[in-house]
Design a protein around this ligand. Structure first.
Ligand SMILES: Cc1cc2nc3c(=O)[nH]c(=O)nc-3n(C[C@H](O)[C@H](O)[C@H](O)COP(=O)(O)O)c2cc1C
Length: 189
């Protein structure tokens, strides 16, 4: 079954390309109906053998956001966000669950942008920091909890941290090969 292209496909694709990590937000809460839509997008994400190895913890309590933000300095901006969704994984199959977690995260970030919001991922860090995150979220040790997806109305996508990640992207020529690694685009007839 072929799908029809969206009437505004070019615009939608450009919007996806422009999804950036936002770390600063307006104080406005995320409306309940928007949150419901986002959670529905999350739960419909594909996963390995449709195992749906996740559980989502909605965090809006200021104190809880602050405690999460204190796990690691590079995520201290979480304290001032209106919403974080912690992704908890079953812990049964770490490598496929890591992939599934990435897919959920990206869908949430794209959906947030389509809905006029923005977001970012915040990783807890090493084993000890993940243990701290799990303890805060009430997640048992044997499960995986290492990140939250933060959502809100962004004021900027500039990385304001003292040690910001470099921006921009490598060129297509640098990251794409044809047929074999390192081979350039074949001549077309
Ligand atoms: C696996 C992963 C972990 C990340 N962890 C953090 C984090 O802990 N704190 C943070 O501020 N940004 C984090 N980021 C966001 C990246 O810094 C960001 O995606 C990258 O710098 C590109 O930014 P841009 O999309 O805004 O250009 C993480 C991204 C990924 C994919």
């Amino acid at each position: 079954m072929a799908n029809d292209a969206l009437p505004n496909a070019a615009e939608a694709v450009e919007e996806i390309r422009r999804v950036r990590q936002a770390r600063r937000y307006e104080p406005e809460p995320v409306p309940e109906e928007v949150l419901e839509q986002l959670l529905d997008v999350a739960r419909w994400t594909g996963s390995s053998r449709n195992t749906q190895p996740w559980h989502f913890i909605v965090v809006t309590n200021k104190e809880q956001l602050r405690r999460i933000s204190e796990i690691r300095t590079p995520i201290n901006w979480v304290a001032d966000a209106p919403l974080a969704i912690a992704i908890v994984l079953d812990g049964a199959n770490p490598s496929s669950e890591a992939y599934d977690e990435g897919r959920v995260t990206e869908r949430l970030l794209i959906a947030a942008r389509f809905l006029g919001l923005g977001g970012g991922t915040a990783w807890f860090g090493d084993e000890a920091q993940q243990a701290q995150g799990k303890a805060l979220l009430g997640v048992p040790e044997e499960r995986t909890a290492r990140s939250v997806v933060v959502i809100g109305y962004p004021t900027t996508t500039v990385d304001h941290r003292p040690n910001p990640a470099t921006g921009g992207r490598r060129s297509l020529a640098e990251v794409v090969s044809y047929e074999r690694l390192g081979d350039g685009r074949p001549d077309r007839p």
